[in-house]
Design a protein around this ligand. Structure first.
Ligand code: AMP
Length: 402
């Protein structure tokens, strides 16, 4: 139950009514050898089906809408919804899908005129776009000002699982955070260190913490503007665990992703001698770049995960796009899959690592949102949920619908 937010059942009789449904169908698109754009992973499209099928069973006419990529307010064929529409119509017939919402500058600007355009001709609104509900964009916060509104099944389930984690986790509650940017995760880290029994930090973001402890991190990714914030967190109560060893790339060598971006560049600019990759303890020599957690860290992290009552994971442990540095992320995915406690994976790269390993079925909840997951965990609420709470059919006292 999500406090004060109307659910599908609160929309009343929908027979022959027109319902506008905001989905998050921002899926990866690839090109076939013949040059056709096709959906590479339909996870988010399938996740929208329970709501769409329920609405169809009620006799509603469904108009779905979503954004795709970042077309920056202009019509751009590279972000056309065609491939998404085709896949959606294979999965469920009779659902209309509007053009990419971000073809209009009014979407991201939350322009009242664009909101009016969206709600025109509709009798009700459903938000099932969990992955977009941390954005105060027109299609997320606008329609509930005008139409009876509800959270769809996916949005409701995502919020329920994540707020349960915050309110009543089975202990020990272990959080694993990784990824590149400390900046994006410092807020959620603050909120989660206060609630979790142990927070494991890996990925690029760990190096600013290691630096804050006085270790040498070589040429690893760090964020000097967040050094103080990291020091503060290290000094606060809560058990933060950092890597004890690091797999690093030699000076001058390139990651595979950098090489792909510039194929003409030589793969190495050093003298060609010595290893490309080495594992170091807490001190990384000058010029070496930490790109994955080392084996001793994997072992320590896996042990903590193994005895957890609840585990939440967001963000890769290394540059997992380069196979030489994917081991740490894979090992964490495997430890999650073997954990007998409740396991939740918060979107993005961690979800794709799981998918690559075919381990999604071994996880209790794989969230469709990355940024939205982190914001909900940090603030306990999202702009999209607040908008639904003030819809005309929401209860004035903010209590749950009967
Ligand atoms: P984020 O979007 O912040 O979750 O970061 C995801 C990205 O972090 C992935 O593309 C990884 O390649 C990158 N990443 C993880 N570990 C490292 C690292 N040690 N150095 C640089 N980038 C990293």
């Amino acid at each position: 139950m999500i406090r004060g937010v109307p659910l599908l059942e609160d929309l009343g009789n929908l027979e022959a009514k027109s319902v506008l449904v905001r989905l998050d169908l921002n899926v990866p698109i690839t090109e076939t050898p013949g040059g056709d754009r096709v959906v590479a992973d339909d996870f988010r499209i399938r996740a929208a089906l329970p709501t769409l099928l329920w609405l169809r069973d009620q006799g509603a006419r469904i108009t779905a809408c979503s954004h795709l990529g970042r077309p920056k307010g202009k019509r751009d064929p590279a972000f056309d919804m065609g491939p998404v529409r085709s896949r959606l119509n294979e999965l469920i017939e009779g659902v209309e899908l509007l053009d990419n919402l971000r073809f209009s500058p009014g979407e991201e600007a939350n322009d009242p005129a664009f909101v009016l355009e969206l709600v025109e001709g509709h009798d009700a609104y459903v938000n099932d776009a969990f992955g977009s509900s941390h954005r105060a964009h027109a299609s997320i916060v606008g329609p509930p000002q005008y139409l009876p509104s509800a959270a769809g099944r996916l949005l409701a389930r995502e919020v329920e699982v994540l707020t349960d984690l915050l309110d009543a986790p089975v202990r020990p509650f272990v959080v694993i955070l990784g990824g590149a940017k400390v900046k994006d995760k410092i807020g959620v880290l603050r909120s989660l260190t206060a609630r979790a029994d142990t927070v494991l930090v890996g990925g690029g973001m760990a190096f600013t913490f290691l630096q804050a402890l006085g270790h040498s991190v070589g040429a690893s990714l760090t964020d000097p503007t967040h050094l103080e914030a990291c020091k503060e967190l290290l000094g606060s109560p809560g058990h933060l665990m950092l890597p004890v060893d690091t797999k690093a790339l030699a000076p001058g060598r390139k990651l595979s992703i950098e090489h792909q971006a510039d194929p003409q560049a030589p793969t190495e600019t050093g003298d060609g001698t010595g290893p490309d990759i080495e594992t170091f303890g807490l001190e990384i020599p000058d010029g070496w770049r930490g790109a994955d957690i080392g084996p001793r860290t994997v072992e320590a992290f896996a042990e903590v995960i193994g005895s957890a009552g609840t585990v939440l994971w967001n963000g890769p442990m290394g540059v997992f796009e380069d196979d030489r540095f994917a081991e740490g992320t894979r090992a964490i995915a495997q430890a999650m899959a073997h954990c007998s406690g409740r396991t939740v994976v918060g979107g993005g790269d961690s979800a794709s690592a799981l998918a690559q390993l075919g381990l999604e079925d071994k996880i209790d909840h794989v969230s469709t949102g990355g940024g939205a997951t982190l914001e909900l965990l940090e603030f306990g609420d999202l702009p999209g949920l607040a908008a639904l709470r003030s819809a005309p059919n929401a209860r004035a006292d903010g209590s749950d619908a009967p």
